[in-house]
Design a protein around this ligand. Sequence first.
Ligand SMILES: [Zn+2]
Length: 278
Amino acid sequence: MKLGDLEFHVISDGHVLLDGGAMFGVVPRPLWEKKMPPDTRNRIRLSMNCLVIRAGGKRILVETGAGGKMNPKLRDIYGLDGPFLLDGLRGLDLRAEDIDIVINTHLHFDHCGGNTRIEGDQVVPTFPNAHYLVQTGELDHAMRPNERDRASYFQENFAPVGVAENLFPLEGEHTVVTGVELIRVPGHTAHMQCVKLTGGGQTAFFFADLVPTTAHLPLPWIMGYDLFPMTTLENKRRWIPEAIREGWIALFAHDPNTPAAYLRSRDGSWEAESFTLS
Ligand SMILES: [Zn+2]
């Protein structure tokens, strides 16, 4: 897909199975199971969508999926079928060494697990030449998670020598290159960032975990995982109508069927009109 000189693709690191109740917060199961039917362990199937962007002479990766370091027990709990990120890059004629910048919207394992890989008995950066961009506050929190979100943070995804040196903590808004902007959008975590792409008069917006799937478009459909659900609500009220009004391409981090859509307002509710990225 091209936006002027900027080019982007969606690739997936594979699927993760997460508890349906936790994914939909206060929404009762009879409502969400119609949209995302759970398996016998009450898990719904989510994709871990990543963006590959070519802009301003840089090759940029947004999110790195769950990666391949998890032990068999956790792989089973989360139903991981990947990692497929490097295959996806290969399909775009890119090797891990070619990536200049990695953007992690936040540091939950399903967004940054592919930051690192195991080589011998060491954990090393998967993208050795990349600067990894993350919000300072998110990194601080990830280093000292609390009892409620400890299970989502794995230090080996961001703390090892080699990765830590390549991490570039940011404060708030940041222009990565012309047409690629990071915007702090709290709610899911205190310092999550979304990614806005602009070029050729068009805009695409990566909602990260503000709106992880098209099923999460209605305002009260907010994940139970969110640390600040009322802030998520405020930010949904802000960003979804803007995306509708301005005709943005909406990009979803976890939707297994609709990674990209235009958003429409119809009879007072918001809908996604799926389209295939060229
Ligand atoms: Zn997520």
